[in-house]
Write a protein that binds this ligand. Structure first.
Ligand code: T5A
Length: 208
């Protein structure tokens, strides 16, 4: 068994549709992680997390039009920088990393949403040695709930996609969760704020 398998779960990602409520719950997740790791917690996000990553985020979310393959490679460029400059160094000194969106979003949005080959995302992941999170909290909501929560807010380039796109994205997340049931903790996130918070605590109990 490798030494990686022996370390406690330190790398957590939060995933879900735009408007699923994951960012609202991140402070609770961070509090729980801080209680279990005296070395500290690094909170970060994708796309972003570094100076260059935040610049790429701006292009991804605000540029009028991008080819799907350009979008994918920009996401990987930002991710490589993020892994090398932030995630790997933090994990190496025993800190917990909590990341608002990460690799599963690429499978869900670029793979299932945009229709790019899953094998292409697999290949980039292996080529650039992108680590998987230990735990992924997936906030599951029907598309209609996510859209209603975003109502009245100006949509960015990806949020401006229609309901069918987000149905495919949700299917993509479901497939990822089915394929990796130990890593994915599925949170029924259409419930009230308090109920979702309780579900997050219950899901993480005994896992940190
Ligand atoms: N992207 C990202 C890709 O396409 N590929 C990738 O590989 C990656 C990494 C940016 C975009 O990038 C794309 C996906 C995204 O489109 P982002 O910055 O995480 O990703 O943006 P969003 O997911 O859009 O973040 P949001 O803040 O919009 O959505 P959240 O975090 O899911 O939702 P949140 O917590 O902000 O809540 C939305 C609203 O709902 C309310 C909140 O108060 C808020 O108003 N709310 C609730 N209301 C009722 N009941 C509850 N339980 C609620 N929980 C929250």
């Amino acid at each position: 068994m490798s030494s990686i398998a022996l370390r406690p779960p330190l790398f957590l990602s939060l995933e879900g549709l735009d408007g699923s409520g994951k960012t609202t719950q991140i402070d609770r997740v961070v509090d729980l992680c801080e209680r279990h790791n005296p070395r500290g917690v690094v909170v970060t996000r994708e796309p972003g997390g570094t100076e260059v990553g935040e610049r790429i985020r701006h292009i991804l979310l605000e540029h009028a039009s991008l080819h799907a393959q350009t979008e994918l490679l920009l996401i990987f460029a930002a991710r490589i920088q993020h892994v090398k400059a932030v995630i790997a160094p933090a994990l190496a000194v025993g800190k917990t990393v909590v990341c608002d969106r990460y690799l599963d979003a690429t499978y869900a949005y670029q793979g299932y949403g945009r229709g790019l080959e899953i094998s292409l995302i697999d290949a980039l992941t292996h080529l650039f040695d992108i680590p998987l999170p230990d735990i992924t909290l997936y906030f599951d909501v029907p598309v209609a709930v996510a859209l209603a929560r975003r109502a009245g807010r100006t949509a960015d380039r990806i949020e401006a996609e229609g309901g069918e796109f987000f149905e495919r994205v949700r299917q993509g997340y479901h497939k990822r969760a089915q394929d990796e049931p130990k890593r994915f903790l599925v949170i029924p996130a259409a419930a009230s704020l308090a109920a979702v918070g309780t579900a997050v605590e219950a899901a993480l109990a005994g896992r940190l």
